[in-house]
Write a protein that binds this ligand. Structure first.
Ligand SMILES: [Mg+2]
Length: 404
């Protein structure tokens, strides 16, 4: 179903945009008028909502919970011009407290907001999603993403180009979830064998076993590769400070969310005392959280996620707030398919202060139902040069999904 830019423009009647810069510029006024007229006609005519279930190779375990499948929601926004936008919600209960059932119910409410509206009025539509944001950020993310997908397709540009980005290819880590230290070390070695040079390690269960995890992994992969760790709120502030001091010798790039998301003072205390830089993750969902963390000087880095922020617009806002504060960011994920991951990857490709990426959610999936989309190879991600997100769901897989 992946479609070329030319075909999209043909469908839209915007083929004049594909005639090349030289020709297009000869009559700028006429072209702009036509583009404006075409764009103003666009209306949302329907929204398909699907339960989008993807089994995992094995349960994914972090310090605050275990998930057994990616029970996601797929949203397809239809327009009268025939352009369709896709978005994914990946509700990850241990982090956002959402379930698939909640997201499906919220999606029905969000559908009512967008029906009959212009898909290009993203600013006001996303503003209208506000009441759903705190209880269902992932459902909101699916709608926001689908709108941007339409915008990119109408413009005939990949999202990262629409955002003015210029790094379609960048490095990503790959994650070892919680397990016995030896098993995590074997997994890390396997990842290094696949070409990854940065390994993210889940910790946060207790000092003794967490230290053994890092020791086993460094023994298995040496010190040439980078490691970063994620405690997922598993430590108290004093335990975090003590443990991070003892972990310094393992050369850790940064630690994600060492303490409870709600403990801003604790995060700030760990950030001030830790020899390893601290990244806020669960403490950061929305732009307002970013502002609070910046004001409190509570961390060194941000981990921005599509499913926490509630879409690409909020992700961009957080990245811009961080940039204004001269802070670097990572873009992370839940256990999204390559649809959500590719949408998030466009944000990395568009912001120079997003220098870390953790976009490996699909690595735990038994199947990849996405066609097109980002390439994920040897620790490098490359976003597609296709209009919009540039990812689609395999029609054969879509046929099997239950429409709500
Ligand atoms: Mg994290």
């Amino acid at each position: 179903m992946a479609m070329s830019r030319k075909n999209f423009l043909k469908i839209l009647g915007l083929g004049f945009l594909s005639t090349g810069a030289g020709k297009g510029l000869s009559k700028p006024a006429a072209s702009l008028e036509k583009a404006k007229a075409e764009a103003s006609k666009l209306k949302i005519t329907g929204v398909d909502i699907y339960a989008f279930d993807i089994p995992l190779i094995e349960p994914f375990k972090i310090s605050i919970g275990t998930v057994y499948a990616a029970n996601d929601v797929l949203v397809m926004i239809h327009t009268d011009a025939g352009v369709v936008g896709l978005g994914e919600a990946c509700p990850f209960a241990p982090i956002t407290g959402e379930t698939q059932e909640m997201n499906l119910a919220a999606a029905k409410g969000l559908r009512e907001i967008v029906l009959g509206k212009s898909p290009l009025a993203i600013e006001s539509l996303v503003h209208g999603f506000g009441p759903f944001l705190h209880s269902n950020p992932s459902a909101v993310a699916a709608f926001d993403t689908a709108l941007y997908d339409i915008l990119g397709k109408v413009a005939g540009l990949p999202l990262y180009r629409l955002f003015g980005g210029d790094k379609p290819s960048f490095g990503t880590d790959i994650t070892t979830d919680l397990d016995e230290p030896e098993k995590m070390a074997a997994k890390a070695a396997e990842f290094v064998g696949r070409g990854f040079d940065t390994i993210k390690i889940k910790v946060g269960q207790g000092q003794e076993i967490d230290l053994r995890r890092l020791e086993a992994i460094r023994q298995a992969i040496g010190y040439e590769r980078k490691i970063r760790i994620d405690a997922n709120q598993g430590w108290t502030p004093p335990l975090a400070i003590d443990t991070l001091k003892k972990m310094e010798k393992f050369q850790v790039q940064f630690v994600e969310q060492p303490v409870l998301a709600s403990d801003l003072a604790g995060l700030k205390a760990v950030h001030a005392a830790s020899p390893i830089p601290v990244m806020a993750d669960e403490a950061l969902f929305y732009p307002a959280d970013a502002l609070k963390l910046i004001k409190a000087e509570a961390c060194a880095y941000f981990n921005i996620k599509l499913m926490k922020a509630g879409g690409l617009l909020n992700m961009m806002k957080i990245a811009h707030l961080a940039d204004a504060a001269n802070m670097l960011c990572m873009v992370g994920c839940m256990i999204d398919s390559r649809l959500g991951l590719t949408a998030a990857a466009h944000v990395v490709a568009s912001n120079r202060n997003i220098v870390f990426a953790d976009l490996d959610g699909h690595n735990s999936h038994t199947i990849d139902p996405v066609v097109g989309g980002m390439l994920f190879e040897k620790g490098q991600i490359t976003v597609p040069e296709l209009p919009g997100i540039g990812a689609d769901v395999d029609p054969a897989f879509l046929k099997k999904l239950k429409k709500i």
